[in-house]
Structure formats: structure tokens, C-alpha cells
Design a protein around this ligand. Sequence first.
Ligand code: SAM
Length: 288
Amino acid sequence: MKEKWFYESLFASVKLGLKVRKTVVSEKSVYQKIDILDTYQFGRVLVLDGIVQTTERDEFIYHEMLSHLPLLSHPHPERVLIIGGGDGGILREVLKHPVKEVFLVEIDEKVIELSKTYLSAICRSSFDDRRAKIIIDDGGNFIKDYKGKFDVAIIDSSDPIGPAKVLFSPKFYRDSFNALSHSDGIFTQQTGSPFLQGKELPYAYKTLRKVFPFVVTFLAAVPTYVGGLFSFVFASKGIDPLKIHLSEIEKRYRKLKLETRYYNPEIHFASFALPTYIKGKVESKRNA
Ligand code: SAM
């Protein structure tokens, strides 16, 4: 029988290839093409418009870092906003914290529906949690109606093409600033592979610096996100994550008895250490 392979279409000259056992779902929604593949190496994989979003085998790295780093940096996060995140992985991790309310704003209802059915190993029962408010809307539209409401905003969107483009704009960053609680609101967002998507991180960093007093980059390596290190930005109204002491994060982590497979207080701080080529990308923007 002829082997079946999926090749990601994110980069013109670099291709991630995954050997496919079976195509579980392949359909078009109003916004994008949705494929869920059973693969030999990474289990079930969610693909949107030919681009890998998450896999059962390595999702924990991305979901834990983009959730626990901002939530443990905040003294007592109660109201959390997730934009995107239709696979439920970020929601799952956020609900490990004693938060009161989590709004998940996903533009494509089909992604949530198919994730609940075919990616339950990732979302588990998080969509049914009584603290979770699931809203089908464009995050750029939703956020402008909120002032000072959220302690932490986590932007788990696809790349800045198609429906997610608006989530990497000066207006969206300003609206996010206004939607966060006044003194210590925190905003985090994925900003792609600095090596292969060289413009995403410096652009987000520079544009966020015009709005937030504190903007810092953190990194993690996600095997199915091609390009080696993957980047995220942390922006805050009043919290400089580099000024928080390791012992304080350890205390908060232990107190919550958080079960994690990648995140821990040491990797929390190590993730802020940037290789020179990435440092150069953001520092040159520091005063721009
Ligand atoms: N971890 C993945 C990554 O880094 O590429 C993202 C995964 S998550 C499935 C991305 C979600 O963002 C998708 O379900 C997509 O429909 C949603 N999305 C894209 N643009 C959006 C928007 N403007 N508002 C809300 N959700 C959006």
C-alpha cells in the first residue's frame, strides 16, 4: 500500500512532512480548510489551511508555556481571556488555576466542534467547565467592547495571515491594553519562529512597546513548529516578569500543585534568555 504523507505549506522552501495513518476529518468552514490527521509520530494533528496548529504528542509544550508563564506571573488572576484556542489546549491549562471566569473567543465554531469530537485528548472536558464562557466571534471585534475586565489575555491564534491578521495590529494591541485590568494586566501572544518567520516577533514587540510599559520575549522549542526555537511575547501594564523572584514563582507553582510536563519555575526564567540573533531582533526595536 502506498505511504501517505502530509507536507505543511507554511514555507516555500522548507517543508515539515508527517507520515499519515488516516485522514480523520477534511472539510472547509466559512473561514478555513480544517484537516485532522492521524499520524504515526505525533498522533492526531490539527491542520488549518495546510498549516499545523497542534498535535497530541507535542501540544503540552506550547499550551503550558503560553498559559502558566503569564498566569503565575500575575499575583491573583481571576478573569482570563483566550482569543483563538479552538482546540481547547490553552483552556485546559488555564482551568488548572483557581480562576473565576475564562472567556474563550474563537472565530470558527467548526474548530471547536471538531476538536471536541476528534481531539478530546487535547481539550478533555475543558469546554464543559462551568467557569468557561465560549464565544464565537472575531477576537478583534469582541475585545473592543471591554474595559478593565481581564487580568490575563492569552492570544492563541493561527499565524498573522487570513482571519488572524487583525490580532497582530496596533488597534488590537490598544484594545487589549484597555480590556486588561488597570494596574497589572498581562497580555501574551505567539509570535512564530524567529528563524523562519523573522518579521513576526520584531513587529509584535515594537508595536506592543508603543502601548505597554513592559514587553518581554520568551521562547520554547515545539517539535512540529518548524524553525527550532518558537517565540512568544509577554506584555504588561505593571508587571516586569524579569523582576519577579524565582522563589515567588516556585511558591505559587507548588501552592497550586500544578501538573505540568514541560513548564516548571526554572524553565519559566530560562525562557527569557535569548540567543544573540533573537536578542538583536527585539533590542534593535527597543527604542524604535
Ligand atoms: N497553536 C496554534 C498556532 O500557534 O498556530 C494556534 C492554534 S488555535 C487552533 C488557532 C485558532 O485561532 C484557530 O482555531 C482559528 O480559527 C482562531 N482564530 C484565527 N483568527 C481569529 C480571530 N480573528 N478571532 C478569534 N479566533 C481566531
